[in-house]
Design a binder for this molecule. Sequence first.
Ligand code: GDP
Length: 357
Amino acid sequence: MTQVTRLRQPIVVVLGHVDHGKTTLLDKIRGTAVVKKEPGEMTQEVGASFVPSSVIEKVALPLKSIIPVKLEIPGLLFIDTPGHELFSNLRRRGGSVADIAILVVDITEGFQRQTIESLEILKDKKVPFLVAANKIDRIPGWKPMENETFTKSFKSQSASVQRALDNYVYKLVMQLAEQGFNAERFDRVRDFTKYVTIVPVSGKTGEGLPELLALMAGLTQQYLKSRLRVAEGPARGVILEVKEEQGLGHTIDVIIYDGILKRNDTIALGGLNGVIITKIRNILLPAPLQDMRVSKSGYKSIEEISAAAGVKISAPGLEEALAGSPLYVVEKEEKLPEIRKAIEDELSKVRFARNST
Ligand code: GDP
């Protein structure tokens, strides 16, 4: 008998050296999601963008024979802000809120200081990652094929351009080996648990994006199943940002990585002067532009949302909330001492981390 397990969307972060193309790649992925989504499907969340499975399946269709993906996850949730500054706020007990990372490397420049720093952080937090070997369109002689699969575009390049790309990929393989990782171009990887996958892409032309999305979805649902199993219990999250919003007062932008968050839930989170306990007034998502019922703030209020998601929460007493703090829904009063302690433990680590840098 096969057991049906529902999986949540993996949380994806993008890391890498400055100017290697993190923002451009994220913009391209977001743009693809908006263009290819089904009517009514939401892609924009707070601090994160959702790429539904329907989009991944459409984009990956030409790869059917190479990367057959039958998606069980509902999609991929990309954290909007790239780089390791934000990544350090995405902590949860025993690791990171991120389920998988894309390490972006300019293929013509190879590893740079922040590439190595990013890799160290991923190692430390045990976050699996793929390498996006970006800017393939800058290889001299490359003939771009807008939004095409890497597989097809590569085949149509001249032999010398193909060789040049392979040399660059080989350099990345060597640089990853220096950092203790076996790596290969995605189509040469036999065992994805032992090798880091390198996907040549261009954030500018969109080439290779189908492979990148298909591999991320395929690998996460295959290898991170137990981590992605949907939990029906009270929500847990992490605070990305604390912001004052006109008409809403102080709000927190939160990534929910587990459970279900409901309006009127009591939540506990870290504050400047200790743990804050408050009751959610509103759970907010960005409103679609055409939605006329939207309040002036540009957000619409929802009743509940399940992980993984990026939402804004308005509640009394959030003035002193701390970015990087965990957030727990307090379902039962008896659980409060335990939750309080968990938050205090986590915050002492955040402070220590801040002081030590
Ligand atoms: P970030 O600092 O890593 O977020 O890098 P950006 O996304 O801001 O990109 C830095 C520069 O590289 C910008 O001028 C981009 O237009 C350019 N760039 C990014 N990706 C590509 C690419 O795939 N091909 C080319 N030719 N340029 C790119």
